[in-house]
Design a protein around this ligand. Structure first.
Ligand code: GAP
Length: 464
């Protein structure tokens, strides 16, 4: 089997309306991508499924939508202003900036393959670069690593001079902590319970060339699961969440489990707020990388917000009257990383023999941007009218596309490429028999179905 390269995916997603480079007409913007008509639908389908499985189907979860701009003290309390840093180096000639750990990783891959970059401290990175005379990708000398804060700053205030500094949120999580008391006061929630939130986060990323895997602006789907540490064993809770995460990726999204693995963070790598962290890694076209993280954040965040706001965020156990600060388990995933994984996993170039190939996205049918395509086979007005009628009826229930531009082979290929699981063809015989042909994407097998049964037929095909 041919392994799909990132370049193949970048070109394919642009050609077929999934992902475009942002501001391309102005020469592009680093680490930024827009989602085209098919991309935005696939992204939405992934998000809807996450929301359904993680929030709606669970008794112990509620949702939230907090703001991107929050009181600036939020980010002082969370530790982002002080320590949301990456170690950055600069090419002394071109002034291009790189993450020190990424340059070390690339160098070590060739010269020191047993090195685990995450095991080194900031000072050890500095020493390692010096000792091994590591250069920039352009072969030039680089500066010593220095901390680079990833938070984006902006200002509010209409009158010049009265502007006040605010930050674009670096994670959706803090909005959940800041609303913890409002949620417990206004909703009938009892520990253990979780709050899920999905939305944009922003980070000033300097590493380039990882497509939608690492962007300045991205979407997170985060859960803060609050619990009483005296009643809930955090290790057991972590295992339960790990099982849910794995089952969502391999079951609900249908991803090949051979490309998934757990990796525990080393002590040096773990964030300041976490007692234990695991990453669920996926084998992307550029190697094993973090898809979804789970961290035991203890009572760090609520305690910090209590300290900085002066407000109590304690929870009162209604049975015993005991007051305490709940602890938190946090499964946090990047929606765009799930999107890239889904595409990489689904993309296939199949050899059909006789020098013919077809590109096919083997997406789970419920995730496909277009679920059914309708083709009238002959250029005939009566046939076209009937096909449009079927299209109109099915469109009320499914994502349907109508196509009569080209020969049948080309129309099938176009739909295979965007992952459409079913194509319906209507021909002269359909007018008499009331039957159409349904062709399945992966097997390319065809069967005839009564037009009046089509709705029911597809309803059964698209159950999750
Ligand atoms: N609240 C915890 C937190 O933000 P994180 O590991 O920094 O933890 C969570 O981010 C997830 O967000 C990551 O697992 C990844 O999927 C996604 N993510 C982080 N930075 C990203 C970026 N620059 N571009 C796209 N996704 C990103």
């Amino acid at each position: 089997m041919v392994t799909t390269t990132l370049d193949t995916l970048v070109a394919f997603t642009k050609r077929r309306g999934f992902v475009y480079p942002t501001s391309e007409i102005y020469g592009g913007l680093a680490n930024s991508y827009d989602y085209g008509p098919y991309g935005v639908q696939l992204l939405k389908n992934i998000k809807d499924l996450w929301w359904k499985k993680m929030i709606e189907e669970r008794e112990d979860m509620v949702g939230l939508d907090s703001q991107i701009l929050q009181h600036p003290t939020t980010w002082v309390a969370s530790g982002h202003v002080g320590s949301f840093n990456e170690a950055m180096v600069e090419d002394k000639k071109t002034n291009k900036r790189y993450r020190a750990d990424h340059l070390i990783e690339a160098w070590a891959k060739k010269h020191d393959p047993t090195l685990v970059v995450e095991n080194l401290t900031f000072q050890e990175w500095t020493d390692y670069i010096k000792k091994n005379d590591i250069k920039s990708p352009d072969g030039n000398e680089i500066t010593e690593p220095k901390p680079f804060n990833q938070l984006f700053e902006t200002a509010i205030g209409v009158v010049s001079g009265e502007k006040s500094k605010v930050y674009l949120r670096g994670e959706t999580a803090q909005g959940i902590f800041a609303n913890f008391k409002q949620i417990t006061d206004s909703c009938r929630v009892k520990l253990p319970f979780g709050v899920g939130q999905m939305g944009k986060s922003f980070r000033n990323e300097i590493t380039q060339g990882q497509f939608v895997f690492r962007t300045l602006e991205f979407e997170q789907a985060e859960i803060e699961y609050f619990f009483d540490p005296e009643k809930t064993d955090w290790k057991k809770l972590m295992d339960e969440w790990k099982a849910s995460m794995w089952s969502f990726i391999s079951g609900d999204l249908g991803i090949d489990a051979a490309k998934l693995r757990w990796r525990q963070h080393t002590d040096k790598e773990r964030s300041h707020y976490s007692k234990d962290t695991y990453d669920l890694d996926y084998e992307y076209p550029f190697g094993w990388k973090e898809l979804w993280g789970i961290a035991y954040r203890t009572d760090y965040d609520l305690s910090q917000h209590m300290k900085h706001s002066g407000k109590t965020l304690e929870y009162v156990d209604s049975a015993t009257g005991r007051k305490f600060i709940p602890h938190v388990m946090e499964p946090a995933v990047g929606v765009n990383r799930m999107f890239l994984m889904v595409l990489a996993d689904a993309y296939h170039e199949e050899d059909l023999g006789e020098g013919k190939t077809r590109t096919v996205l083997k997406l789970k049918p419920s995730l496909a941007p277009v679920q059914v395509a309708i083709f009238p086979l002959q250029k005939d007005e009566t046939l076209r009218t009937q096909a449009r009628e079927i299209y109109g009826t099915l469109k009320k229930h499914f994502r349907v596309e109508f196509d009569d531009a080209g020969n049948i082979g080309k129309m099938y290929r176009r739909q295979d490429e965007i992952g459409t699981p079913y194509c319906v063809t209507i021909d002269y015989k359909s007018l008499e028999s009331g039957m159409v042909t349904v062709r399945e994407r992966d097997t390319m097998k065809q069967e005839t179905v009564l037009i009046k049964d089509l709705n029911h037929y597809f309803e059964q095909k698209f159950t999750i």
